[in-house]
Design a protein around this ligand. Structure first.
Ligand SMILES: [Zn+2]
Length: 428
């Protein structure tokens, strides 16, 4: 079509959008003003500057200490501008986020997403972009021998960005994989795989149990993990322990996960081991913050008991990140990171603190603070649009104990690299 007639054709389309009330009503109902924005643009002659505008929501971006009503403009897959009152006619597509929360795409720091390859594994998109989560960290689902399959069959084709920690045991995440046989701890193989997959593997995972009797063994395994992490310039994520000998192997940048474990003869938590529960958070746990060691907390999993969460929170202690460890909902479907976010909001974290723990904090742990977990202009446009639904919602811990929350996070739209992968209107 010649340029002049093409312009005329597009002009007629714009005029048509203006004069068809049903189409315009659909745009408003569905949260979209794409057609009316285009029409206004045609009418006013303004040139389009942005591909997508997420307009009028409360933007919470702790990386920029921002928590206010703003518009987010996206161009060429990147965040172009975050500002008040960006004219709607400057965008080809407008998402009306009035009354909603707009955050950087969420990051779930503790998942298992080798679906079909490993028993805990779930669909990465289900706990990922379908839930406002644009980046997940798989925590040791596989060790050296299974790595290639995980990369080829899951990571490469996923819309959700997947980073991984390699299990220090070649057995991968199974039952007590670091205790089965010392020959399964393969430092040389781990170093090789990490070197070959630096674009995805960001560290090693060590699933110790935290039992007192295991401490000498755990120190040995942790030292192997330390050597691998140091040699490759990566981090360790370890399951919880209160044993100073094991904690001392951790360095700045490492992560300790599962602070809210139930008191049991098999696990440690932030108040001690088994039935030996201190009244206050243990000093060596409080010291982790000064040492630069991060803590990663869950809710609604076997690694969580509400009393432990309530006791910690009453002392003003919160974990640095919130993650799923792929907990299952009551209907056995995988729960996304929106579940621990809902729980910790109920237990006393502020809204901004909750968002911080699923955006900027995990981005820092992954050493990607300028790439993810932020809406700074220039970064990949990963955005979550959330609603804080009001009502009565049941929270269930690993032992089936319940608490009643009055608010719940619901993901209504997800933008991944500038594309609305969830929340776009259905064609009629
Ligand atoms: Zn896990």
């Amino acid at each position: 079509m010649p340029d002049t007639s093409r312009r005329a054709f597009l002009g007629r389309l714009g005029a048509a959008a203006l004069t068809i009330p049903a189409l315009d009503a659909f745009a408003v109902r569905s949260g979209f003003g794409a057609s009316s924005a285009a029409a206004q643009q045609q009418a006013s002659g303004t040139s389009t500057m942005y591909d997508l505008l997420i307009a009028g929501g409360r933007v919470i971006d702790p990386s920029q200490r921002l928590s206010a009503e703003r518009d987010v403009a996206i161009l060429h897959g990147k965040i172009a501008r975050v500002d008040a009152n960006i004219p709607r006619n400057q965008a080809r597509q407008v998402y009306d986020a009035k009354g909603k929360l707009v955050t950087p795409g969420l990051i779930d720091l503790h998942t298992h997403v080798y679906e079909y390859g490993q028993t805990l594994g779930v669909d990465p998109e289900r706990v990922g972009v379908q839930s406002g989560v644009t980046t997940v960290l798989d925590c040791g689902s596989v060790g050296v021998p299974m790595w290639a399959g995980f990369r080829k069959f899951i990571i490469q084709g996923a819309t959700t960005k997947i980073y991984a920690l390699l299990n220090i045991s070649t057995a991968g995440c199974c039952l007590d994989e670091v205790y089965l046989d010392p020959r399964l701890i393969d430092a040389k193989g781990a170093r090789r795989i990490i070197e070959q997959n630096r674009d995805i593997i960001l560290g090693v995972k060590v699933r110790i149990r935290g039992k007192r009797d295991d401490v000498p063994h755990d120190v040995e395994v942790m030292k192997v993990a330390r050597d691998v992490a140091d040699a490759t310039g990566t981090i360790i994520m370890s399951h919880w322990t209160d044993a100073p000998e094991v904690l001392n192997v951790l360095k700045k940048g490492d992560v300790l996960t599962h602070p809210f474990n139930p008191p049991s003869p098999n696990t440690a938590n932030m108040f001690g081991f088994g039935a030996e529960q201190a009244d206050r958070v243990l000093p060596e746990i409080l010291a982790l913050k000064e040492r630069g060691v991060w803590t990663d907390g869950q809710a609604c999993t076997t690694h969580t008991q509400w009393e432990v969460v309530e006791k910690a929170v009453s002392q003003g202690w919160f974990p640095d990140t919130l993650s799923t460890d792929v907990a299952r909902n009551a209907d056995t479907t995988p729960a996304s990171v929106l579940a621990p976010m809902t729980a910790l909001l109920h237990f006393g974290m502020s809204l901004d603190q909750v968002i911080e723990r699923v955006t900027v904090n995990p981005a820092k742990i992954l050493n990607l603070p300028d790439k993810i977990g932020t809406l700074q202009p220039g970064v990949n446009a990963d955005v979550a649009v959330l609603e804080l639904a009001q009502g009565k919602f049941e929270l269930r811990d690993g032992r089936g104990q319940t608490r009643a929350a009055t608010q719940q996070f619901v993901d209504v739209a997800t933008v991944k690299s500038g594309i609305l992968v969830k929340g776009a209107p259905q064609a009629t």
